[in-house]
Every structure is written in structure tokens, then in C-alpha cells.
Design a protein around this ligand. Sequence first.
Ligand code: HEM
Length: 389
Amino acid sequence: MFFCKYFQKHKLPVVDQNYITDVLSNIYFNYQPYLNGDDVIFLQEINAYAAFKYDVVTDLLRLNEVAGVSNVHLALNNIYFSPTEAVHQQNKSTALKVLPFLSKREQYTTTPYLQSLLKAFFVNLPVQQPVDFMQYLVAPAFFISTLRDFSLLHLFPELDVINGTASTQNALQIIDRYFDDGDVLLKDITEKLAANSALLGTTKEMLQEISSHHPVNSSDIPKFLRSMIFASSESTIAFACTFASVYFNNYSFKIEEGSEDFLHLCNETARIYTPVPFIYRTIKTDTTYRGKLLKKGDLLVLFIGVANLDTKSFEHPTQIKFKRTNKHLAFGQGSYACIGRFAAFGKAFGLTKFLNEHQSDWQFTSTKLTHRIKNSTLKPQLQIVRKNG
Ligand code: HEM
């Protein structure tokens, strides 16, 4: 959805998001020839340039003045992040100040609240019947916990399954619809705010900070909130599910939760199964980069997931090794890099902790981990069976 608008905004010929995702997914899963090709490749099908190699992608991520604006910024309607780098940096530290849960470096915290949510959705699973792990357990619990992190849960009493009277079944259906079509969430936020529901706590504080040095149009606020909710929940949900599978199928009991090795495993999982496999840039200034003329307005797709598997930079790239020298690109790099890495690791920790504590009550149906790409996120296909009633 964001990408569709993105293409329209930049008057790019392809406006069908499914088509774009299909093309890019196909390339992503069959990347080897591209890794051996030119440094920057023109993708005829979607009229965009693309880079795959680790050193090239890293280079381009740092060339903000040339490669310019990240799609996350466009999706966020430039409210949160001003176009100028200086203000942008200031906003980033504002975000970390106002949303302290984002900056818990290497210190995994899981809240009793997240554990209660996981329990509420777990006990609701049918017994002895395989169900999609992500959809029925992790997505609803993480989504509600994200709303709470951003002080937005009071707008959604129908999702408050812990402190309110909301039913898990109904909450599950609502959240499913949100992930299916982000415009439904946008509509709900718009209506809820119009019905005089004030913003509270951290989100209110963050918007006040932002509006003090950057104009915030009130009609953009719902779009901003939707973007923050999806930026923070969708990739984290996919990551935590993949992490749980890697952890329980290979490392449970061998790695202490919250230890340094746990951090390494988080990073290696994010590298090998990069949750956001490709990100976008729009060229700001005509420039010749490694022999290709990139013109202002051209679209550039950076395959960070492929770069993370580049054999020139990562020996045996699909194997988990804890002491890698190169930094992976799963959270981007440079001034546009993700602010949520530690929050995502903390949530993954919360999930493994919950599953550890209920070890005898569940099992995955397969040890083979497969993925598909939906909404530009790499999603694990993983089923869970609840064993006991
Ligand atoms: C495993 C989970 C996550 C992954 C893989 C991920 C990935 C990424 C990537 C690759 C970028 C860079 C985009 C670009 O350069 O175009 C990014 C940016 C961003 N992420 Fe995350 N993210 C995750 C979790 C989160 C969480 C929990 C939050 C919570 C707020 C979040 C908020 C953001 C924001 C606001 C940006 C834009 C940052 C900026 O441009 O300054 N992400 N994320």
C-alpha cells in the first residue's frame, strides 16, 4: 500500500503493489545471478535500479545526499522526519527520548503485559490442531503490545483483552483485517480521533516535540500513527516468529536467554532471514555511481537481504556464526537506520521466554523453516500445535 502510493507520487509507471512485490520477491529468492552481475542493475520490469552486493548496498545506504529519501520517510508523511538531515537527526533522538522502550541496548526486557497477551491468545488456540503460529498467536499479542507501547491502546477498547472486556476471538479478527489492509487501520484511527479521543502519554509528547520544530498537519496524524504502528509491529512479528523457530529447533537450552549469545543469535537470524528484504531510495541529484547514470527522481531498490548473504562479505552466509566481522544490514545503516532494533529483540526474547515456560504444551509441526514475502516483509510459514486442553 505504501509502495503503491510511493510509485504514484514519483510518477513511476508501475502502480500495482502486488506486481512490484511479485517481481522483487522473485528476484529476492533467485538472487545468485544478480550477486554476480553489475554493481548497479536496471530492472526493466519495474523501471528501477537495484543493488545487491554487500559493499555496494552499504555504500549507497551512506550516500544520503545522493540516494536520498527512504520510503519509510515518505510513508511517515515527513511528519516525524523533516527532509533536512539535521532536523531528521534531532527527531530521531527525540523519538528515543520520548519512547524509552526503543533504546534498551542489549538488555532484553519483556513485560508481564506481553506475557499475559501471549497467554490469552495461546489458551484460545484449538487443541491438537495445527494453526499458523504468526497469525493466531504472535501477531495479535505483539500488535496489542505495540499499541500499548505507543500509549494508543485506549483508542482501541475492542482490543484490550487484558484490562478490558474485549474477546480474544474478536480482537484476532480485527487485527487480521488490519494486516490484510492497512487502510482499515487508518480509517479506524481517523474515526477514533474524530470522536474526541485524545492522544495520551508518549505519543502525545512525541507529536508535541515534533510540532515544536516542524509543522504537523492534523489530518496527517492518523497516517503517521498508522505508519509508526506498522513500522514497529509487522517486521518485529515476522522476526520474532523466525527467531523462535531458529531458537527452539537448534539452540534451546544451549543459549541462555538474554545472554550475549542470545544477542548474536538475534543478529544472525535478522541477517539470514532479513525481515525487510528490500528498501527503497529516490535519487536526489543526478550522479554517476559505479558507471551508471542515476538521475534525480530515479528509484533505487536496495536488496539488504541479498547483501546479507553475499559470500564475499559473509563466509558460509546461510550458516549461523556468532563472531562475524561485517555488520549486517537488516536494520539499514546510516542516518535512516531503524530505531527499533532493541525493542524488536526484546519482544523476541519475550516470545521465547513464554514458549520456554510452556514447553510441554506446544510444538511446531515442522523443523523446516520456509518464508514468503507479503507486504514487503519476509514472513515465516510456521505452524504450531497446542497439545493440552
Ligand atoms: C525486526 C524488526 C525490525 C526490522 C527488521 C526493521 C527494519 C528496518 C529497516 C531496514 C529500516 C530502514 C529503512 C530504510 O533505510 O529505508 C527501518 C527503519 C525504521 N524502523 Fe524499523 N525495523 C524493525 C523494528 C522496528 C520497531 C520495533 C520500530 C519501532 C518504532 C521501528 C521503527 C522504524 C522507524 C521509525 C524507521 C525509520 C527510521 C529513520 O529513517 O530514521 N522498526 N526499520
